[in-house]
Design a protein around this ligand. Structure first.
Ligand SMILES: *Cc1c(COP(=O)(O)O)cnc(C)c1O
Length: 436
């Protein structure tokens, strides 16, 4: 069987003995630095739009998840401001105690309606939503079947649940099928009521490719397993009306497929606010209210953030031209890249996966391999006034360090052309460096 165990939580570290905690940490930090894996933050002054002010200098932002440019849209800020005046800043308690505000309730109704599911439950972050669902639904003796490139929050949630964790090769539907068949056999043998859950990103966050949701949904139905889709990067972006990856596949017009049991999406990316929601049946939401610890034991988000998310959702529903502009920008970038002889896309594409999984989303990774190459190109672009963060292990598999270039509806044609020019120069400089 091709499933492997989930990776262990700790980074590879030799056991250090003696000395103080600070000395041991200093040694670990030194190893990260030596391996080009050291990470630092840069401080942005002001808003997080298409142009960011850093160290007194403007640079064009090509690495955020603000795909529609709503994070700095004044309409969202005004909606939040009105709610701030009405409700103040804090919710004061978790939703079950007394922190559940009318803004939260309205947002949940609107999200459920837009997602086309009976109910939705608002979480403070996508991380909390995934932990809450997996730990709430699964326990010892249950089985989680998960794509190996799933977001870290799905991996940690799965581990925390205590369920058997089967990690599938990325996008390998046949492997999912074998794992589900094996789980069937195990379940029949013990004759019990174990849960078997398949979890996948809709759009993979570092590769920009799509899960084959129709095939996974049919597989789950055939095996009596449940399906959980984390659509953090599809929601508000993909599909004719922005409803996400499921709508994208419906638009393609293939055979109908079952609706996944659990749909998770975030509100801090295309929606321009913060938070996340789980959408699904009445029973799912009621059960999460009883059992999702990351929701029960966490202060409800500020009502003003919910108000901003409602305005973001309203704009997604009423302004399809934002998505049209985003997809024009993606196409412009890909045309220009092709002229430079670059083909952005997941490393999997190089391994001969079908064209269906090629990037067709705002996430256009440029895989460079070695950490040092990704860092060098990122630094070159920064000098030229473009911010594209280098993504390194453990965020991506070893040997696939990359620039994760993301497009937004807020980018101008000139900004995209400027990035392409700088990319061409930077790649030439990298090659020159390698030859000398
Ligand atoms: C960003 C992201 C999350 C986490 O959401 P936050 O609201 O940022 O905590 C979860 N899943 C995926 C796929 C993501 O990209």
């Amino acid at each position: 069987m091709s499933a492997t165990a989930a990776p262990t939580a700790r980074p590879a570290a030799q056991p250090e003995r003696g000395g103080s905690l600070e000395q041991r940490l200093a040694a670990r930090l030194e190893r990260l630095r030596a391996a080009d894996l050291y990470r630092v933050r840069r401080v942005v002054e002001g808003g997080h739009g298409a142009v960011l002010r850093v160290d007194g200098r403007d640079c064009v932002n090509f690495c955020s998840n603000d795909y529609l440019g709503l994070a700095t849209d004044p309409r969202l800020a005004r909606a939040a401001q009105r709610a701030l005046e009405r409700c103040g800043t804090g919710s004061g308690a978790s939703a079950l105690i007394c922190g559940y505000n009318a803004e939260h309730a309205r947002l949940e109704e609107e999200l459920a309606d837009f997602a086309g599911r009976p109910r939705a439950l608002l979480f403070s972050t996508g991380w909390a939503a995934n932990l809450g669902v997996l730990r709430g639904l699964l326990g010892k003796g249950d089985t989680l079947v998960a794509d190996e490139l799933n977001h870290a929050s799905l991996i940690d949630g799965g581990r925390l649940s205590g369920a058997d964790y089967l990690r599938m090769p990325h996008g390998d539907v046949a492997a999912f099928g074998r794992a589900l068949a094996a789980a069937d056999a195990g379940g029949a043998a013990s004759g019990d009521q174990r849960e078997v859950l398949v979890a996948t990103d809709g759009v993979f966050s570092m590769d920009g490719d799509l899960a084959d949701l129709p095939s996974l949904a049919r597989l789950c139905q055939a095996h009596g397993a449940s399906l959980m889709v984390d659509d953090a990067h599809g929601f508000g972006v993909l599909g004719r009306t922005g409803r996400g990856t499921l709508e994208h596949f419906s638009d393609l017009g293939g055979a109908p497929f079952p609706i996944p049991d659990i749909y998770v999406a975030t509100l801090g990316k295309s929606i321009g606010a913060a938070g996340a929601f789980v959408a699904g049946s009445d029973q799912l939401i009621e059960y999460l209210v009883q059992r999702a610890r990351s929701w029960i034991f966490s202060t409800a988000p500020p009502p003003a953030i919910a108000a901003a998310a409602r305005e973001g959702l309203r704009i997604v529903r009423t302004q399809p031209e934002l998505r049209a502009r985003l997809f024009e920008n993606i196409a412009r970038f890909r045309r220009g890249a092709a002229q430079l002889g670059i083909e952005p896309g997941p490393p999997a594409a190089a391994q001969g996966l079908p064209a269906a999984v090629q990037a067709q989303t705002p996430i256009q990774p440029l895989v460079l391999g070695a950490e040092s190459r990704a860092l060098a190109l990122s630094a070159f672009l920064r000098e030229r006034g473009y911010w594209v963060a280098a993504i390194r292990p453990p965020t991506v598999p070893a040997g696939t360090a990359r620039l994760r270039i993301t497009l937004s509806a807020a980018h101008t044609a000139a900004q995209i052309d400027g990035l392409l020019q700088a990319l061409g120069d930077g790649l030439r400089a990298l090659r020159g460096g390698a030859e000398s």
